[in-house]
Design a protein around this ligand. Structure first.
Ligand SMILES: *Cc1c(COP(=O)(O)O)cnc(C)c1O
Length: 463
């Protein structure tokens, strides 16, 4: 008898925990009072009253001992800091882009890029623009046009790359508006506003070909580039044996630049950058950077932030980490699907989306089913997600309310923060809310501002 190699299908957290942050247990009665005091709006809850906080994966993750060590050893020189050169070399190795423009977060990179290159009457196509991207495109007077494939709008479609750009629509857009009115073509990886769904290498390559044929620069919104690389590795033919770093390098090789929020796959609590090849655009962007962010070798970041990001970008590409990351999301998705809870399929890279319209057919859009379900998760288990439905998207610029296209509750996972037992507990809370769904009622708005009302609206349950 020979000793057989041990094999396990369990994907354990690829880290051990050496610094802990207590979370606070509350009773259901306490949570009922806390929620009422918060105007039934989870954004207005204090974080210390939340047990498992899945409001966002942005800037909420845990940093590694290597990142903290780098922060202590950082260089805070105003000009030419070694922390800048460390970040520059990381960004250049991973993306291949020539110029690095550090910023305080992703939207600052968007502001600098679009203020510099877009103008009134321009059109900027993307698979789906993220909210802040759209806002900056529109702020520059241009139109942000979403051209995701049809499967990307179907919650039950199992297509493996639901974030892909519709290439016919891209060609049509170029024919219709003319290449000279399209300063840049963007693609968001993974497609955050479309459920965190990935974009295939083939699609990135084809978008790049179209852009090059028409002489239009092509930029990647790279916030979740590492998660996207993992989906390419595990789902696209020919990539199984490549490392996430090699895949990321190939993705970026088809583009002329990228915008990045380091609060996502930079594994940091703050930070971002713009990276690009064009000398002319880089020098114009740097002029604006000095005005709005800071000197070009720190932008909006402290030296220690640049250290955290330089190390974090590589940690995000670690295979064991990515396997655990993507599996944690799928693991919750599988448990919910087994229990019959309808979710957006397949699960994406950073969040699980619950389909509240299907869970609560007795609550009309005007009574905010996803808001109701999300509040129920807090009441039952101290869990905080976010409504992505009619409260968030229903208010029209003319002051009328329209039902949103979907009523979703998004549960976004902070990176390296929660363990499997947290996720097991989370599944139980969601399943319990689902089993009691017929008892749930709708909500009405008591007061709300005109724009971005979900952040500060006060609501109340309808009896
Ligand atoms: C978060 C995000 C941004 C904006 O980044 P911030 O750091 O929040 O300013 C842009 N695009 C996508 C896809 C994002 O997820």
């Amino acid at each position: 008898m020979e000793l057989q190699p041990f094999h396990s299908d369990i994907i354990i957290e690829p880290f051990r925990i050496r610094s802990v942050e207590p979370i606070r247990f509350t009773t259901m009665d306490e949570r009922r009072q806390l929620l009422e005091k918060a105007g039934y709006n989870p954004f207005l809850l204090k974080a210390k009253d939340v047990l498992i906080d899945l409001l966002t994966d942005s800037g909420t993750g845990a940093m590694s001992s290597a990142q903290w060590a780098g922060m202590i050893a950082s260089d805070e020189s105003y000009a030419g800091s070694s922390s800048f050169y460390k970040l520059e070399s990381a960004v250049q190795e991973i993306t291949g882009f020539k110029h690095l423009i550090p910023t305080h977060q992703g939207r600052a990179a968007e502001n600098i890029l679009f203020t510099t290159i877009a103008k009134d009457g321009d059109v900027i196509p993307s698979n789906t623009h993220f909210d802040t991207t759209r806002a900056h495109v529109e702020h520059a007077g241009a139109e942000a046009r979403d051209l995701v494939i049809d499967e990307g709008r179907q919650p039950r479609s199992l297509y493996p790359f639901k974030g892909n750009m519709n290439l016919d629509k891209l060609e049509q857009t170029i024919q219709e508006v003319g290449a000279d009115r399209i300063p840049v073509i963007m693609i968001t990886v993974t497609n955050n506003s479309g459920g965190g769904q990935p974009v295939s290498m083939e699609n990135i390559k084809e978008v790049s070909n179209i852009a090059r044929t028409h002489n239009i620069p092509f930029f990647i919104d790279a916030c979740r580039f590492a998660e996207n690389a993992w989906f390419i590795k595990s789902r696209e033919e020919g990539y199984a044996d490549k490392t996430p770093l090699e895949i990321a390098q190939e993705m970026f090789s088809y583009a002329d630049g990228c915008t990045m929020s380091a609060k996502k796959d930079g594994m940091a609590n703050i930070g971002g950058f713009l990276a690009l090849n064009s000398d002319e655009w880089a020098s114009q962007c740097r002029n604006l950077e000095i005005l709005t962010e800071g000197f070009p070798t720190y932008g909006g970041m402290a030296g220690y932030d640049m250290e955290a990001v330089a190390t974090g970008l590589y940690e995000a590409l670690d295979e064991d980490y990515l396997r655990y990351r993507i599996r944690s999301i799928a693991y919750l998705g599988d448990k919910l699907t087994e229990a019959g809870v309808p979710i957006v399929q397949p699960t994406g890279g950073h969040a699980v989306y619950l389909d509240a319209a299907e869970i609560l057919p007795h609550i009309s859009s005007r009574q905010y089913p996803a808001w109701s379900f999300n509040n129920t998760l807090y009441l039952l288990g101290g869990v905080r997600g976010v409504e992505i439905g009619t409260v968030m998207f229903g208010m029209q610029p003319n002051g009328t309310e329209q039902p949103a296209a979907m009523e979703l509750v998004r549960l976004a996972f902070p990176r390296r923060m929660y363990t499997q037992s947290h996720v097991d507990y989370l599944a139980e809370v969601i399943i319990s809310a689902y089993e009691q769904r017929e008892m749930l009622g709708g909500y009405e708005i008591v007061s709300a501002p005109q724009v971005l009302r979900h952040f500060s609206a006060k609501l109340k349950p309808i009896d």
